[in-house]
Ligand binder design. Structure first.
Ligand SMILES: Nc1ncnc2c1ncn2[C@@H]1O[C@H](COP(=O)(O)OP(=O)(O)OP(=O)(O)O)[C@@H](O)[C@H]1O
Length: 251
């Protein structure tokens, strides 16, 4: 389970007279185990910055994050071990094959060769990676890179999963496969958090939705709760009403 409490993050203005950018402003939410939690918001809403604080890449100016009850400030190493992360920059090593990319992360997590090969076989089959698993990743398509980065993130079977815009740039079939995969992880009891600016995506997948705009949580709840909150029977209309605009929320 991941709990974010009152997160705030500002960045200094780049120019001499530029005001600081408030990227995340008092963001709180809980992502329970066995559920898919979606962070939905338009470009620049603060989703990536929030996620970076969840997975310890950035330190909040204030507020806190805990993963399975461990505070990121107290034991960031334990938090990282409990997390599988697909960052916004996928960061796949070009000189390595997909298999070597996954193996490298497995080694960093201290898996034995036998555990690792078994896990790579499982992940490659689930994510349909067999035909490019042993190719050098230089020249991979966006989908192949994303799949490699996902497999790498999950090699140590983490309980909590954070995916930043996982379906960005993926074709329809790959997106369908990935949705099925996220549901399977949820059904196996994992805590799954992902971000998206696409309403339909979040509506199709999420048990809980956190709507973020201008660095703030505008609403949080199950799809039914959000419909009720906005007094709308259609989830898309509810999103638009809760966010105050439909700008930037479509594919
Ligand atoms: N390192 C940084 N330095 C300065 N400003 C930043 C930095 N990172 C993010 N920001 C600013 O913080 C705000 C939130 O950005 P963030 O990337 O978190 O949004 P997002 O919701 O993930 O957007 P997108 O959907 O476009 O990826 C934006 O105004 C962005 O320009």
């Amino acid at each position: 389970m991941i709990v974010a409490e009152h997160l705030r993050k500002t960045f200094p203005g780049k120019g001499k007279h530029d005001a600081p950018v408030v990227a995340v402003d008092d963001v709180s939410f809980t992502a329970p185990d066995g559920q898919i939690t979606g962070l939905l918001g338009p470009n620049g809403a603060g989703k990536t910055t929030t996620m970076r604080m969840l997975y310890t890449l950035m330190t909040p100016d204030s507020g806190s994050v805990s993963v399975d009850g461990i505070d990121t400030r107290v034991d960031p190493g334990a938090v990282r071990r409990a997390l599988g992360v697909l960052p916004d920059a996928r960061g796949v090593y070009k000189r390595l094959t997909a298999r070597e990319n996954i193996r490298y992360f497995g080694e960093l997590h201290g898996l034995s060769s036998q555990q690792m090969e078994q896990r790579i076989t499982e992940l490659a089959s689930t994510l349909e990676m067999e035909d490019f698993l042993d190719r050098r990743s230089e020249g991979f398509s966006q989908g192949q890179r994303t799949k490699t980065a996902i497999a790498r993130a999950l090699v140590h079977s983490p309980r909590n999963i954070i995916f930043d815009e996982p379906t960005n740039g993926l074709d329809v079939m790959t997106t369908r496969g990935l949705r099925g995969f996220l549901k399977q992880l949820r059904d196996d009891g994992h805590c799954v958090v992902f971000s998206s600016h696409i309403m339909q995506e979040v509506a199709a997948l999420c048990d809980r939705i956190v709507i973020i705009a201008h660095g703030r949580v505008m609403a949080e709840g199950s799809p039914d709760e959000l419909r009720e909150l906005a007094h709308e029977s259609n989830l898309e209309d509810a999103f638009v009403r809760l966010i105050g605009s439909e700008e930037g929320l479509h594919a």
